[in-house]
Write a protein of this length. Structure first.
Lengths: 183, 183, 183, 183
């Protein structure tokens, strides 16, 4: 098995990126074993763990202790190696070198600083993707990428509903997936 | 005010058809003061109450006592008159005469019988609409309408998300709205 | 019949607001015969015509001659009276008095000026609604309403799919419907 | 690069499964280099080609000559090996042995026969996925899987919209992705 289901993960109370959004994010990033991947605001680490399983060298920055513990627990469960940094994303990104793929899952209100630091650190032709449930943040991120000269900018809105055991379609929240390539 | 918001209604624990689906259902039915409207499986009665406010003569059949009470409470609150029948839809429809518009909100597993009885009672050129969150039931209803010779059959899938106070888009369940005209 | 279908309208090449979005817009505005309604950037006039049929006193501003002609043709077809103004919205709004409901369908890149003029002209407790297929414009409009002190701000994302004659669900474009009440 | 974009493929006039649905289908199937994968009704072969790139041994059955040619052209372009069978799916499945993953993209009105043959050929614990834009077919497929004793049945409804160069969100058709594991 390569693509983990939501129930495979050890989960705390932190909301987790769901299977379909995780999958669409990592395939937009086209993560593989030749990549060095940075997950900014890693949360429960489901994206970081999956990226590691796909073979990437992974750095994950997460502010909350609870999140860091979950990432480490999951890394242990799936026997993958990750570099987990417990700290403030905007500050910690500087210390990470040579990443060619980046995911921004959480910005803590500092999207501008984070995009600036990610853009500094990302290798030429590197690709960055963000997930957004707040349209304002999606628009800001898209515009920051444009201003920073990113190309191949993609904005997708994905709505998934899943049939429950009674046969009802249960709607999940719509998510914007936004990506761009650094030039 | 003519179009009630969800919060306007006295609500119990029974799930209520939400504003957008209620509105799209009643405008597909094109309910007005010249109509006699039957609401089958009325639930909290939000559709029936709104139809009455729009001027229709309304019959509402509901099996659960709790639902009947909610409908009557809401009728009182909005000062509209409704004929509420506490009973089994498949049996009670026979006793209602001359309705030209009909909504099927609940079928309690008896969709076939209900469509048969509705089709008997509905006036020529009358219009019937159903709401479905279970695709199987939607397909069954659509096919029952086709078999019974209904025309102008419409099937819509509606997904609504509403921004919450934090600016997040919260997804509601997708709903199928299906209508047809008796010929 | 009160709620017109898309095919009821005389249509040109200008894109028309589709039934479900038209309905959700006019019911969010809660348009009735006691209202004075301004349609800014009326396009084909489907919203303005429907508002007139619902009994409102209607003003429609449209820049393109082709749109103005369509509105007048439709007004004739449905035998309703509308005040159609052929001109630039930002300039023409000033000349319209006493409207308590307003729809912004098109802004021609002048959303800020239009919201400013609409806010000046709209009566106290009046309600304004905009439709957006460009998220950037939706976010700008929502923020303009907030800055201008509007209350009861609602943001909805609506995705409708319609079954075609082969039984396929055909997806329409997602539309943001945004409304607020002037205080 | 592992995950092909839509524009990477040589495309004819046959409709192609789009990136997001292709990705969600292949990750639900969890395709990897240890799999033997059968694509029934392969169409343009975008799913089959991607599966081959992910390392699976691939069989693709396609009725239309035009489809077969596209698959072969794409196989050449991406330098992957596929076993392409030009024929009727219900008949050809019998001749394919030992596949543990299967995708049903087209059924040509023979869904029942195809599910029967696939179920015969699929190895124990094998996984099958179908894509449906016609709800009736989705419901039939889901029920066929249930009747045949499949487990872990999943039904997802996915709606994707993509921002165009003007910033407009363009809605794609909603697609049902249905999967189950043979027990």
């Amino acid at each position: 098995m390569k693509w983990l289901k939501d129930d495979d993960f050890i989960r705390g109370k932190i909301p987790m990126t769901k299977f379909d959004i995780r999958t669409l994010t990592l395939t937009m990033l086209d993560i593989g074993d030749e990549d060095t991947f940075l997950d900014v605001g890693a949360g429960t680490g489901s994206i970081a763990i999956q990226a590691a399983i796909l073979g990437a060298k992974v750095y994950a920055i997460e502010k909350e202790n609870q999140g860091v513990e979950l990432i480490l627990d999951n890394a242990k469960k799936f026997d993958v190696k990750l570099n987990v940094i417990n700290g403030d994303a905007a500050k910690e990104i500087k210390n990470i070198e040579g990443f060619n793929k980046c995911f921004i899952g959480g910005s803590g209100g500092k999207l501008k600083e984070i995009v600036r630091e990610v853009t500094k650190g990302l290798t030429q032709d590197g690709f960055v993707v963000g997930n957004f449930i707040i349209p304002d943040n999606m628009v800001e991120f898209k515009n920051l990428l444009k201003e920073a000269g990113y190309e191949e900018i993609e904005v997708k809105l994905v709505q998934v509903s899943v049939m429950d055991s009674l046969g009802l379609m249960k709607g999940q929240n719509p998510v914007f997936i936004v990506g761009g390539r650094k030039k």
